[in-house]
Every structure is written in structure tokens, then in C-alpha cells.
Design a protein around this ligand. Structure first.
Ligand SMILES: Cc1ncc(COP(=O)(O)O)c(C=O)c1O
Length: 437
């Protein structure tokens, strides 16, 4: 279930009219369906019910505390890539024993945070990081549970910028070098090698790349055990694609069958790190038409959402369906137009050559499958209001992140007291080299 449907000619999020939310909190606004998120996690959990699998939600996809709380209540853990994400996961009530920590640039401080809170696993990305983690853990009088992230050299058959498992990508350790790193870990006080980790990219819709990468991961896992290195789990990462346009999303049942086949009954704990697959189709971005512009060069629908609100089209040439909030009566002629945002960049296009009914100033549109990597990448670029986020759960809804007006965005900026201006005497005198010091 995606959670969004037309009823009596208007778009609803579960049982709430989307126009009611837009009127109350303003536009642009992200709207998420709680039951769509739950349904996605439950579909994965059901498919893997006979296997010891933990689903660690990749919270980079949408790190809002309410989304995390919702998923934690369903039994999910968290896949984090920074100390900040660990803090978020903990703040949302995710138990530390369900938190894994990846990322190529973990600092000592972040390692100490993870160790201090007793997280489940550090996904180590380089030999140098392993040494550092061991030293930090020893200094803290503890041992870090480690999975080495291997780079299986598999093309994910997805967008170049979200492929992470090819030789030459910055992630993981090449397979042929991994055994030596595990052997080093086995003799290194401060770390305990508990698993194998891999993650080959995002928005992968075919099973083929997963099959190739997982096979290599399972072979390594078996080989390490044969060498007496007691790795007891495999973290297969995330990357499960969703439907943006005409893609067929990864079917959790087929994925589970693949994993069962590869393991052949071997006792191995499994971790998966789905991000997009849990929240992507469970969110829309609602935007208001500011102007229509029709010239001999083209027809544009200028709306208040743009690359500052949803970066994916500008960053990845990504497609998102765009549809009106008020359902057009049957037979309404459709017009071809570019849907563009307010930002002063030619890349600020949400959709080119879209077929939409005639829309007037002030009308609402919805941008589909915007629940993942949407709000997470919002910026203050061009100082426009930052969108609110709303969670709908049946007939209830709540603002889970308020709209942030421009004045609040620059409230923490400081003008040094040596710069002339009407309010110079009121400014804090904390600047280095300040004449008042
Ligand atoms: C290590 C790791 N795990 C999981 C994910 C989540 O990917 P997705 O949202 O495609 O499931 C990512 C995304 O970049 C990642 O880097």
C-alpha cells in the first residue's frame, strides 16, 4: 500500500485530505503515510520470518524521529553513517543492540560514542580504520564488534552516483584483500570480527546484482569460518529499489528465496539495511502553483517546491510522478509542460514534458515517491521557507517537523562587530581579532 489515493475527486493521504494539510501548514510540505511505512517493513519481515534476520533501517533515507520511532516500534534497528545518526537513532528509542554503524570517515569521537552506547556492530571500511577503532576501544577498556565491509566488485545496474560496490568506488575493502584484514583483526586486541558486510548501491531493481554480490559475501563468510575466524553474521546492506516510474520493485519474497538458496541452511545471522524501500513510496511532496508561463519556447508550471526541497531530479536526473491534488474530471485534456521550482538555477526542474491538466495559480500538485532522500536533503539554498513534514496515521495527522521560515534559518548567523551597521553595538563581541577584545 502506498497510502495515497483519490477519493471523491481529491487526493487523500490515508483518511486525510491532502489539501487540508496544505491549508493548515503551508506548502511545500512532505506528507508521509505511517501505514505504508509499516506495510513495507512487515512485507520484508514476513518474507524472512523463518530466518534470523534483523532489518536495520538506513536512516539517511529519512531521519525524522517520528519515522524512526514508528519503525523501532515495528522491531527495526538502524543503519547509521555518522555520530549524528547514532544520536538520532538513540533519541528515537532505537535500542543500541539494533544499531549498526557504517561510513568511510568515522572519527575517534564517533567511535567513542558508538562504543559507549554499546552499538551492535561497526562496519569497518579500511585497514587503517580497523587499527584506529581497536586503539579507541582499548583506550575505553572495551572491544568493538566489527564487520569488515567488503567491496565485491559488482555493478549495481543503477545510477552511477549511487553505485558503491564496484572496484574503484571508495567503499569497502577489495575481496582479495579482505581475508588478510580479518586475520589482522583476529590478532588485534580491541576488536572482535563478528561479521561480513557489503552494500553495492541504491535503487537496484533487478535481483541479479544482489545475487552476484551476496554469493561473494557468503563465500567469504564460509571461507573465514573454515580458517577458524568465527564470523557469525552477514550484513547484506540495502539498496532495494522502488517504483518511481515503471520499475518493478524488489520483491522481498524473491530476495528471501535467493538468500535461503545461497546459505543452504547454514546458521548465520542476517542483517539488511533497507532505506528507500521502507519509506520512498510512503511519502509525497505537496507543492502549490505560483505561476503558469507560456511562451513560444515552452510551457512551464512554476511551483513553490524545487531543488532546495527535493534534490533528486537535479542531482540524479531522477523521475518523480507529478499529479494534481484535485483529480481532473474524466476527459480533461492534458497539456505538456515542464514543472519547475523557484530556484535560480536551470537545473531546478522537477519534471520535464509532463502531461498535466490545466492548473491555475494556487492549485496543488503532488510529487510522488518522495519519502526517501527528499526531506533528508533539503537545503536553505535561496533562503526560502524549509518545508514542514507531516505524518498521517489513519485519520490522525501531526506535524513531525515544522516549516522553518527564512528568519529562523539565519537566526544563528553572526555579523562581526567590526563590520559597520546600525546595530553594531548590539552584536556579540566573540570574533577573533575583535577590536573590543
Ligand atoms: C551502507 C549503506 N546501507 C544502506 C543504504 C541504504 O540504501 P537504500 O536506501 O537504497 O536501501 C545505504 C545508502 O546509501 C548505504 O550506504
Amino acid at each position: 500500500m502506498s497510502g495515497f489515493s483519490y477519493r471523491r475527486g481529491e487526493l487523500f493521504a490515508e483518511a486525510v485530505p491532502v489539501a487540508e494539510i496544505a491549508a493548515a501548514v503551508g506548502t511545500p510540505v512532505y506528507v508521509y503515510s505511517a501505514n505504508a511505512v509499516r506495510a513495507r517493513l512487515r512485507a520484508f519481515a514476513a518474507a524472512f520470518a523463518d530466518l534470523p534476520a534483523l532489518f536495520c533501517y538506513a536512516l539517511k533515507a529519512n531521519p525524522n524521529l517520528a519515522i524512526l520511532r514508528l519503525l523501532a516500534a515495528e522491531g527495526a534497528g538502524a543503519d547509521t553513517v555518522s555520530g549524528g545518526e547514532i544520536e538520532r537513532a538513540l533519541a528515537a528509542g532505537m535500542p543500541p543492540e539494533r544499531i549498526v554503524f557504517a561510513g568511510v570517515a568515522k572519527t575517534d569521537e564517533e567511535m567513542r560514542l558508538g562504543l559507549g552506547r554499546g552499538i551492535y556492530q561497526f562496519n569497518v571500511e579500511s585497514a587503517e580504520e580497523l587499527e584506529r577503532l581497536a586503539a579507541v576501544a582499548r583506550a575505553a577498556g572495551t572491544t568493538a564488534p566489527v564487520a569488515i565491509r567488503v567491496n565485491p566488485d559488482v555493478a549495481a545496474e543503477t545510477h552511477d552516483k549511487i553505485s558503491t560496490g564496484r572496484r574503484g568506488d571508495k567503499f569497502g575493502i577489495p575481496l582479495e584483500e579482505a581475508t588478510a584484514v580479518y586475520e589482522r583483526a583476529a590478532g588485534l586486541p580491541g576488536v572482535a570480527a563478528v561479521g561480513v558486510h557489503l552494500h553495492i548501491g541504491s535503487q537496484i531493481t533487478g535481483l541479479g546484482p544482489f545475487a552476484r554480490a551476496y554469493r561473494r559475501g557468503v563465500e567469504l563468510w564460509r571461507d573465514l569460518r573454515a580458517r577458524g575466524i568465527a564470523v557469525e553474521r552477514i550484513d547484506f546492506g540495502g539498496g532495494f529499489g522502488i517504483r518511481y516510474r515503471e520499475e518493478t520493485p524488489v520483491d522481498p519474497v524473491a530476495l528471501a528465496a535467493l538468500v535461503r538458496d545461497l546459505l543452504g541452511g547454514a546458521a548465520c545471522r542476517l542483517i539488511f539495511e533497507p532505506g528507500r524501500a521502507l519509506v520512498g513510496e510512503a511519502g509525497i511532496l505537496v507543492s502549490r502553483v505560483i505561476y503558469r508561463k507560456e511562451t513560444r519556447a515552452g510551457r512551464f508550471l512554476v511551483v513553490d517546491a524545487g531543488m532546495q526541497t527535493l534534490l533528486r531530479p537535479a542531482l540524479y536526473d531522477a523521475w518523480h510522478d507529478i499529479f494534481p491534488v484535485r483529480e481532473p474530471p474524466p476527459g480533461t485534456p492534458l497539456l505538456v509542460m515542464d514543472v519547475v521550482g523557484p530556484i535560480c538555477e536551470s537545473s531546478d526542474v522537477l519534471g520535464r514534458d509532463r502531461r498535466l491538466p490545466p492548473l491555475s495559480r494556487g492549485e496543488l500538485i503532488a510529487i510522488g515517491a518522495a519519502g526517501a532522500y527528499g526531506a533528508a536533503m533539503v537545503s536553505n539554498y535561496n533562503s526560502r521557507p524549509r518545508p514542514a513534514e507531516v505524518l498521517v496515521d489513519g485519520d490522525r495527522w501531526a506535524v513531525i517537523k515544522p516549516r522553518l521560515e527564512p528568519a529562523a534559518q539565519f537566526a544563528d548567523e553572526v555579523v562581526p562587530s567590526w563590520l559597520p551597521g546600525p546595530d553594531a553595538q548590539d552584536r556579540p563581541s566573540g570574533s577573533h581579532g575583535d577590536a573590543d577584545d
